[in-house]
Design a binder for this molecule. Sequence first.
Ligand code: PBG
Length: 324
Amino acid sequence: MHLIRRNRILRQSPAIRSIVAETILRPSDFIAPLFIVEGNNVREEISSMQNYFRMSIDLTVKEVKELYAMGIRSVLLFIKCKDELKDNKGTEALNPDGLMQRSIRAIKSVCPEMLVMTDVALDPFSTYGHDGIVEGNEIVNDPTVEVLAEMSVSHAQAGADFVAPSDMMDGRIIAIREALEGNGFTKTGIMSYSAKYASCFYGPFRDALDSAPGFGDKKTYQMDYANRREAIKETMMDVAEGADIVMIKPAMAYLDIIREVRNEVDIPVSAYHVSGEYAMIKAAAKMGWLDENRAILESLTSIKRAGADLIATYFAKDAVKLIN
Ligand code: PBG
């Protein structure tokens, strides 16, 4: 044969492959989610998320220092609220001395350079396990948005660099932006979960925080996974309302959405490789059915290749070790 172009030339050795690789993962691509609980010296493995832990603040700050030393530059905080503090109004979410607010202050005091992002939604604080206030059978939008805006200000006051509303209520980004501006928080960013789908892949996360909805599901606020155009509509609205970073969630079943959003917006795009995606790889690896390390790198590289500038993932630490 006399071929003009032999594509295999560029694949023949690790050296060649490395100089032509289009997508390279780096430590600062990753956002490390952290689950925080009350207490001291507490480190509890989450049963459906093998080798991932809920930790008390003292151990969380050590973890944050380690993550920073590895090159990770952002953490995303979730707290497990005590049952007796839960209600239908998110009262505890606004407590200036709540677990979230104390966690933010503790992390910023030991590792001020680490970017602290905070989950903004009512589910961990809700007796109903819903992201908003419940009236009858309904998750009511506008009263919820008021609380989310106050919650965001409370996180900013404690020192959060970014608030990350994950609730999917309408109008919350503009409300949060106005509340931040109104309180002088002109440097606090908003990372909006813009296209968050009602997904079965959040199951292990709800075990981690004991936050599964008590009745019904989240389909009246989270998106229908049948829809693509709607993701663009949601995202463009969040951009117009002042989001600094937008997010697609989950990641691997939504690579088409990540790509489409990346093509549409001119701000950073993040993707959340969620708890169920973590659990699937862990479970298959445990069975000996998948090579865990290769599955991690292939998954995260695919998410970045699809267009994610940032990836929230429970594999952040493993991935950094594998890259180095
Ligand atoms: C809560 C929230 C959820 C996740 C992040 N924030 C769960 C949900 O919406 O039920 C899921 C994260 C994961 O599964 O890793 N608003």
